[in-house]
Design a protein around this ligand. Structure first.
Ligand code: SAM
Length: 185
């Protein structure tokens, strides 16, 4: 696992995801042909996905100068990328600084093809925010609760924060009107 660096002044929030926290959601995702990891970091989540879907194409982005093993990598601000539905699955553990979970969620939805999925690993507190209520009501996601707190620092410390996966299905707004909860083992 990569080293954790936190430099919120520069808008960088680097917490590599432990592999189990990615592996646990994979059985609940549709098989994608093209996968986008828009805040890829050193590629901790990417490598787990590549093990499961070795034939998929991978598009990655990060604001830091990193070199992940993907098919197409963009160095820059994902939030400034032109919206283009490029992927069947957009998946990441987004940066937490500056309330960027919500911004990332909105932006990821602009990059997924119809019928595709967006999967975001976020602290459970994200769901309880009044500020994000309108977004949640307009974009119902399925919640997959992790069975234990992940450590993003490689030393087992977890900061006492619970996490869950948010999984959106693109184009489901008409069919899915509320969020569903799934408790992962
Ligand atoms: C919480 S880490 C997660 C890394 C990786 N997704 C993983 O799960 O191991 C967040 C990553 O977002 C990157 N990042 C922060 N702001 C960004 C932005 N505006 N656009 C793209 N990447 C950004 C950071 O450099 C960092 O690598």
């Amino acid at each position: 696992m990569g080293k954790s660096i936190r430099t919120t002044d520069e808008g960088v929030d680097n917490f590599p995801t432990p592999s189990w926290a990615t592996e646990i959601i994979i059985p609940y995702l549709r098989t994608p042909k093209t996968i986008m990891e828009p805040a890829v970091g050193e590629g901790d989540m990417l490598r787990v996905l590549q093990r499961r879907w070795p034939r998929a194409s991978y598009i990655t982005c990060d604001i830091r100068d990193v070199d992940p093993p993907s098919d197409y990598h963009i160095t820059g601000d994902f939030l400034a990328m032109p919206p283009e539905p490029l992927a069947d699955l957009v998946i990441t553990n987004p940066p937490y600084c500056r309330n960027w979970h919500a911004e990332f969620a909105k932006k990821c939805l602009t990059h997924v093809r119809p019928g595709g999925q967006v999967a975001l690993l976020v602290p459970t507190g994200f769901a309880g925010s009044a500020r994000r209520l309108r977004f949640h009501l307009d974009h119902p996601a399925d919640f997959y609760w992790l069975p234990r707190r992940p450590s993003f620092t490689g030393d087992g410390k977890n900061g006492g924060t619970e996490y869950m996966w948010w999984v959106y299905t693109a184009g489901s707004a008409a069919g899915q009107t509320s969020s569903r909860n799934f408790f992962l083992e």
